[in-house]
Design a protein around this ligand. Structure first.
Ligand code: WQD
Length: 337
C-alpha cells in the first residue's frame, strides 16, 4: 500500500516508517519539523535502503495537504502529526486545540476529497485519565485531565462521527501507552528538543551525564514500591502495531479502537534498576514530591490487539533500555549532532 505518514519525522513516526517500508509498503512523510528532524527521515532511508519522500509543511494547511495528496495516490493515512507534551498543553491550551484538531480535520477533509478513506489514528492512554482499575481495557471509562489528552479524545470523537456519516471510511484508533527505547541500529531514537519531561529520556540523559540526577516524583502512591507504575512499550513494538493496523484498515468498515501496551506495569524504581542492569550505568536519583496531575498506575489490557490485530509486544523494558542507551551514546546531541 502507498501510505501517507503524517508526523513521520518524529520519534514514533520514524520507527513506524521503518516497519512499514520493511514490510513492503510505500511511505511518504509529511511533517512540519516543529518537534522533529529531516535527518530522522534520512536515517530511515539508510536503515531501509529505500527512498522516503518528505514534504515539509503544516498538515493543518489545506493548500499544503492538497499538494501532497495531488502528488501521490495514497491507499491510506497513518496520522501521527500533532503536539504531544502534556505540561506544555496545560500552559498553551489554545495552541494545542488549534493545532491538533485543525491538523486532523484538514487531513480527513483532504483525504476524503482525494478518495482516501482509510486512516490509522495515533491516540493515547491518557484518554483513560486516572483509571478505576488496571489493567485497562478499551471499554474503560474515558476522562481527560489536560488539553493534550482532550485533543486525543476529541479526535476519536471526530473520527467516530465521520465514520457514522460516511460509512465508506474505515478507521483504526491506536491508544499508545508509554513508548520507550530506540531502533536496534542506534540510528534513530527519541530526541527531545528541551529537558525531557518523560521518565526514560530523562534517565538516559542522567546516565550520559547531561543531567545531574533523576527526581523520582513521589514514592507514596498505592503501588507495590510506592512509585508510579506505567506500561512501558518498546517503540519498535509500537511501530509494528501500526503495521498490523495498516494491514487491517485495508479491509472492513467502521471504527475500531486498540490499546497498544505490554499489559505489564513497571514502577519508576523498577525502571531505574532495569536501565542500570541493561547498561551498567548508574542513575543517581532522589525522591521528591509528586508531580501534579500524575496518577498511581496505568497499564494496558492488550488482549483486543492481540486477538484482532494479531499483534503483541515482544521486547522487554531492559531491551528498550539497552537500545535507548545505544542511540544516546551514538548521538549525544540527537539529530542536531
Ligand atoms: C512516567 C512515570 C512519573 C519523569 C506521559 C503522557 C502520556 C504519554 C506518555 C503522549 C510517572 C515518573 C517521570 C521524571 C519521574 N504521552 N517520572 N521523574 O506521565 O505516564 O505519560 O507520557 O501520549 O500522554 O501523560 O509518562 O514518562 O512523564 O512518567 O519520577 O523526571 O515516571 O511520575 O510515574 P506519563 P512520564
Amino acid at each position: 500500500m502507498r501510505i501517507l505518514l503524517t508526523g513521520g519525522a518524529g520519534y514514533i513516526g520514524s520507527h513506524t516508517a521503518v516497519e512499514l517500508v520493511a514490510a513492503g509498503h510505500e511511505v511518504v512523510v509529511a511533517d512540519n519539523l516543529v518537534n522533529s528532524h529531516v535527518e530522522a527521515v534520512r536515517r530511515v532511508e539508510r536503515i531501509t535502503g529505500t527512498r522516503v519522500p518528505l514534504h515539509v509543511g503544516d498538515c493543518a494547511d489545506p493548500g499544503f495537504m492538497g499538494k501532497v495528496f495531488a502528488e501521490h495516490s495514497f491507499d491510506a493515512v497513518v496520522h501521527l502529526a500533532g503536539l504531544k507534551a502534556v505540561g506544555e498543553s496545560v500552559a498553551q491550551p489554545l495552541r494545542y486545540y488549534r493545532n491538533n484538531l485543525d491538523v486532523l480535520l484538514t487531513v480527513c477533509e483532504t483525504a476524503h476529497a482525494h478518495g482516501v478513506t482509510r486512516l490509522v489514528f495515533s491516540s493515547s492512554a491518557t484518554v483513560y485519565g486516572d483509571p478505576a482499575a488496571v489493567p485497562i481495557p478499551e471499554g474503560a471509562p474515558l476522562s481527560v485531565t489536560n488539553p493534550y489528552g482532550a485533543t486525543k479524545l476529541f479526535g476519536e470523537r471526530i473520527l467516530t462521527d465521520l465514520v457514522a456519516a460516511s460509512p465508506e471510511w474505515r478507521v483504526l484508533v491506536l491508544r499508545y501507552f508509554n513508548p520507550i527505547g530506540a531502533h536496534e541500529s542506534g540510528l534513530i531514537g527519541e530526541d527531545p528538543a528541551e529537558v525531557p519531561n518523560n521518565l526514560f529520556p530523562y534517565i538516559t540523559q542522567v546516565a550520559a551525564g547531561r543531567l545531574p540526577r533523576l527526581d523520582v516524583y513521589g514514592d507514596d502512591y498505592d503501588t507495590p514500591d510506592g512509585t508510579g507504575v506505567r506500561d512501558y512499550l518498546h517503540v519498535v513494538d509500537l511501530a509494528r502495531g501500526h503495521l498490523a493496523a495498516v494491514e487491517r484498515v485495508a479491509e472492513g468498515t467502521g471504527v475500531a479502537v486498540y490499546n497498544l501496551g505490554t499489559g505489564v506495569g513497571t514502577s519508576v524504581f523498577e525502571a531505574i534498576a532495569a536501565f542500570e542492569r541493561a547498561t551498567g550505568r548508574k542513575v543517581p536519583h532522589r525522591v521528591v514530591g509528586r508531580r501534579p496531575g500524575d496518577i498511581a498506575s496505568c497499564y494496558a489490557d492488550p488482549s483486543a490487539a492481540n486477538a484482532e490485530l494479531g499483534w503483541a509486544a515482544t521486547r522487554t523494558v531492559e531491551q528498550a533500555c539497552a537500545d535507548a542507551w545505544r542511540w544516546q551514546s551514538a548521538n549525544p546531541d540527537g539529530y542536531r549532532g
